[in-house]
Design a protein. Structure first.
Ligand SMILES: Cc1cc2nc3c(=O)[nH]c(=O)nc-3n(C[C@H](O)[C@H](O)[C@H](O)COP(=O)(O)OP(=O)(O)OC[C@H]3O[C@@H](n4cnc5c(N)ncnc54)[C@H](O)[C@@H]3O)c2cc1C
Length: 673
């Protein structure tokens, strides 16, 4: 085990708003005063946010920087105070995980026909902090090519080219950096493990702490060399616009106390009390209510939101909206709230018996996820799992509890096919036709289908070699074994989430249609072959291959393993996205570049639902960037239910200045001056 020298503790200092250098004051009850009980909730707020997860807490924190603005966060899950030690410990993500507990929504998909009818597990955080309280803490950004493609998609097909650039690389990168404070690894780690660091690619003054664990397992030392041995070049500038290559990625770890840095400690617990911010846990948002009339632009105005503690509550609690309602319930739950409020695809709402207010066919569509599967070897060397199982003093130390997997590599199609990818690519491009699209896309809408076709072509051409198709991740969490996963990054399969009742307490139906496009299985199979090449380059550090096993060499055998094996075959990497995509409406979009839901005057979606396609990255960094930018957009211009229009912040302040001038003028006249 390589250990880093002790980190300097931050000097005792008063907590200023979002002081990024402050250790988390998690244990100091004084900082809990933003959390209220149901009876303390006010009848109305300027902004009501559904979901206190990644995006919801970023928004709550940023919007209440203005003391004149009032915000209520409604979080379905519990606060998490009872499990804070489990959540705070990075290694706790493996050894005392809240996945599968009452703090998890414990979603599963419907049986997936192309995966031997397996139901695929989809954990999601049901706790303040959302999925950032249970995630694996990898900090990996999407690539410039992907972000700039998002911008391009927003600018065409009737989109707005003047606002599209917000979602291109330059701007989103600025906001991803705004969210973070980066601390480089200690020299003692760098001298053993090849970690390439360019601090200029990271933020230096944001609430999220981005760093490295205090210890790394020796096997990690050979990661980049083994990748190079398999033909994957080292990525020397990870997270700065390109991801292709092998590297040790930073994690969302607070190095001052070796704890998980996630949206709650970073954005809320580090705040001084704010009387304008109310956070209500154990409060599930069920639906929103809109006025019967449309405004001048033809959009419906939302006037209230209904929520309840649980299904035994006899009538829902209603809170009024002064300005806007923001959906931040995550990619699997945000579309559910839209649908139960009467906004969504006509056929879904009709068959569920929900009265349709706004037809928006893209709601719940475009569901995609990264699928992953490992090769597992025995190893004679010590793993984190061995240390954990030993029960030694070291296994209980703060240093060991900071352990987290962080060796990754991103490979494009030429690497996966050893330079022979052209035929595969041509077949993918050639297989796109209307018959295939009608079969693949579970929607009646020509707009949703147009979006699928356009993005499919971009993935099959522009992304094919310039952007990673597969991520490799090394895991050392189990005793006696090393696992390296291959996770497909740009699936061609597409699915949906939908509802089939009028009762919002009924579960969401999740059908990603995994592997419904033949190319996804081929890409995963090639990924596993590349993993074996990395394993071979590792040499004697890795012993016998346990899974799928040395006998499974043919394409058919690997495919069968991926399809059938319940625990090691293809499973979710837990990155669902796209169900309220930010795209032009003509491409099946649900929100515009302002994050406003088409057809609604004052509802925005700010969470992983808005990503228009899967990025070749873990999704949290992009999520923080999106939420940071959303806060600025809302601060600059937001809707007022009273005035019935959106007001520009500078116009608002000019208006209030004019009012002051008018009052002063009247006073002076009255006084005869
Ligand atoms: C097990 C796991 C491991 C992961 N590992 C990584 C990783 O290593 N790196 C990475 O970058 N990403 C990782 N991710 C993904 C990342 O955490 C998510 O992409 C990110 O948290 C999504 O942010 P969000 O704001 O969209 O949703 P969330 O963070 O999930 O927040 C949504 C919140 O809304 C609440 N909510 C839902 N419905 C309602 C309702 N009706 N009313 C009120 N509240 C509601 C939820 O309880 C939750 O708190 C992982 C995810 C999981 C589950």
């Amino acid at each position: 085990v390589v250990q880093r020298s002790p980190q300097p503790q931050p000097n005792a200092q008063p907590y200023s708003p979002l002081n990024p250098r402050a250790a988390t004051p998690y244990d100091e009850p004084i900082y809990r005063r933003d959390y209220i009980s149901t009876s303390e909730a006010k009848p109305s707020y300027d902004y009501v946010i559904a979901g206190g997860g990644l995006a919801g807490l970023v928004l709550a924190s940023r919007l209440t920087e203005d003391p004149k603005v009032s915000v209520l966060v409604l979080e379905a899950g519990m606060s998490g105070d009872d499990v804070k030690d489990q959540v705070n410990s990075p290694a706790g993500a493996y050894y005392q995980s809240i996945v599968g507990s009452a703090y998890d929504w414990n979603f599963t998909t419907v049986p997936q026909p192309n995966l031997a009818n397996r139901r695929i597990s989809q954990p999601r955080g049901r706790i303040l902090g959302g999925s950032t309280a249970m995630n694996a803490m990898y900090l990996v950004r999407p690539s410039k090519t992907e972000m700039d493609t998002w911008q391009e998609l927003l600018a065409g097909d009737g989109g707005d080219s003047s606002t599209a650039s917000r979602w291109g690389w330059d701007n989103l990168y600025k906001y991803m950096k705004k969210a973070e404070t980066f601390t480089p690894p200690a020299d003692s780690l760098k001298s053993v493990v090849n970690i390439t660091v360019d601090a200029s690619l990271h933020g230096s003054n944001g609430p999220m702490q981005i760093s490295y664990p205090a210890i790394m397992i020796n096997i990690t030392a050979n990661w980049t060399a083994a990748c190079a041995g398999a033909g994957i070049p080292e990525q020397k500038s990870p997270n700065g616009g390109t991801t292709l290559g092998g590297f040790i990625t930073p994690s969302s770890i607070n190095p001052s106390n070796e704890t998980r840095s996630y949206s709650r400690p970073a954005y809320i617990d580090s705040l001084p009390p704010r009387s304008n911010l109310h956070i209500l846990s154990e409060s599930t948002v069920l639906k929103f209510n809109m006025q019967s009339k449309q405004d001048k632009s033809g959009n419906y105005i939302i006037e209230s939101v209904e929520y309840a503690k649980d299904s035994s509550q006899t009538s829902n609690t209603v809170v009024k909206i002064n300005k806007e309602f923001i959906l931040a319930a995550g990619a699997l739950s945000t579309p559910k709230i839209l649908m139960y409020s009467g906004v969504g695809p006509k056929d879904t709402l009709e068959s569920a018996g929900i009265s349709m207010k706004v037809e928006l066919p893209g709601v719940g569509q475009r569901l995609q996820d990264h699928m992953t599967s490992p090769i597992v070897w025995q190893t004679p060397l010590q793993t984190a799992g061995d240390i954990h199982n030993s029960g030694s003093d070291f296994s209980k130390s703060k240093e060991f509890n900071s352990f987290i997997n962080d060796a990754v590599a991103f490979a494009n199609a030429s690497l996966l096919f050893d330079g022979n990818q052209t035929t595969f690519q041509q077949e993918i491009v050639a297989s796109l036709n209307d018959t295939m699209v009608d079969k693949m896309v579970p929607s009646y809408s020509s707009e949703v289908k147009a979006g699928y076709k356009k993005i499919y072509n971009l993935i099959a051409t522009r992304f094919f070699d310039n952007v990673a198709q597969v991520e490799l991740l090394m895991s050392l969490i189990s005793p006696g074994v090393v696992a390296v996963q291959a996770a497909i990054q740009h699936p061609y399969s597409i699915g949906r989430v939908y509802v089939n009742s009028t009762n919002p307490w009924d579960g969401i139906i999740i059908d990603p249609q995994f592997h419904s496009h033949w190319a996804d299985l081929v890409m995963m199979r090639q990924g596993l072959k590349l993993v074996r090449r990395v394993g071979a380059a590792y040499g004697t550090v890795l012993g016998t291959e346990l899974n799928p096993g040395p006998n499974m060499q043919s394409d058919d055998a690997i495919d069968a393993y991926l399809v059938n094996d319940p625990s090691n075959g293809a499973n979710s990497q837990f990155h669902p996205a796209g169900t309220a995509a930010m795209l032009p409406k003509a491409l099946g979009g649900v929100v515009d570049a302002d994050m406003k839901v088409y057809g609604l005057a004052n509802v925005r979606v700010v969470d992983g639902s808005v990503f228009p396609f899967e990025f070749a990255a873990h999704l949290a960094s992009a999520g923080y960037g999106v939420a940071e930018q959303a806060a600025d957009l809302i601060k600059a211009k937001s809707y007022s239910v009273t005035s019935g229009k959106a007001t520009n912040a500078s116009v608002a302040s000019t208006a209030s200045l004019s009012l002051v001038a008018l009052v002063l003028g009247c006073l002076l006249t009255i006084l005869g001056l």
